[in-house]
Ligand binder design. Structure first.
Ligand SMILES: CC(C)(COP(=O)(O)OP(=O)(O)OC[C@H]1O[C@@H](n2cnc3c(N)ncnc32)[C@H](O)[C@@H]1OP(=O)(O)O)[C@@H](O)C(=O)NCCC(=O)NCCS
Length: 172
């Protein structure tokens, strides 16, 4: 059975290693290594991870199966959201499942977990940004009730990419 639990501050090193590993696993073959490295050298540092873990308006969760980390989730609230910054909205900034566990409904469990948090807080909607070329993730979000609602720029190193924004109303 998969369990989902909050990442503790003491697990910063584990979170850093897992988040960097999965970022390379899914995006290295689709991007210029120079841009990957430039992004990673800022986003996946001990200081950056610690800043995010100690931010009261961000939360990280691990999905665990038989004691192993098989996925993770990053949620942003209030002004920490990358767009909208609506106090009645929740951003899913990251949702990753290790490749060997894809298709086992772990992603859906993480997504439902985020939706439950938003509903408990009586938020209006959950939203996220997804790289316009990440067709697999877009299919997953559409299958789970998310709809396109805009776009914004995402800077991978010096590569200006377009993220499509998708949202799901909490009580639809
Ligand atoms: C996107 C991701 C989290 C999905 O996780 P997953 O565990 O493989 O997906 P699930 O098994 O939970 O799928 C849940 C449902 O969505 C459907 N689904 C999954 N991928 C799909 C796709 N590409 N297109 C259509 N439906 C899809 C499944 O069939 C399943 O449907 P069901 O409810 O009828 O059974 C996973 O593929 C991933 O980690 N990708 C790499 C990282 C990434 O791109 N993250 C998103 C960044 S924005």
């Amino acid at each position: 059975m998969v369990t989902i639990r909050k990442v503790e501050i003491a697990e910063a090193d584990t979170l850093l290693a897992y988040s960097k590993k999965t970022f390379y696993e899914f995006f290295a073959h689709l991007n210029d290594p120079v841009h990957m490295e430039a992004y990673a050298s800022v986003a996946f540092t001990p200081q950056c991870i610690m800043d995010q873990l100690t931010n009261l308006d961000s939360e990280f969760y691990f999905a665990l199966y038989e004691g192993d980390i098989v996925g993770y989730l990053k949620l942003n609230f209030k002004d920490t959201q990358n767009e909208y910054k609506d106090k009645n909205a929740l951003e899913i900034e990251r949702i990753y499942v290790s490749g060997e566990h894809h298709g086992k409904r772990i992603g859906k469990q993480l997504l439902d977990f985020a939706l439950d948090i938003a509903r408990d807080k009586q938020f209006d909607y959950v939203w996220l940004g997804v790289w316009e070329h990440n067709y697999k993730a877009m299919g997953f979000y559409e299958r789970n009730g998310f709809e396109l609602c805009g776009s914004h720029e995402f800077l991978l190193g010096e590569d200006r990419q377009t993220d499509l924004l998708m949202k799901k109303v909490c009580y639809s």
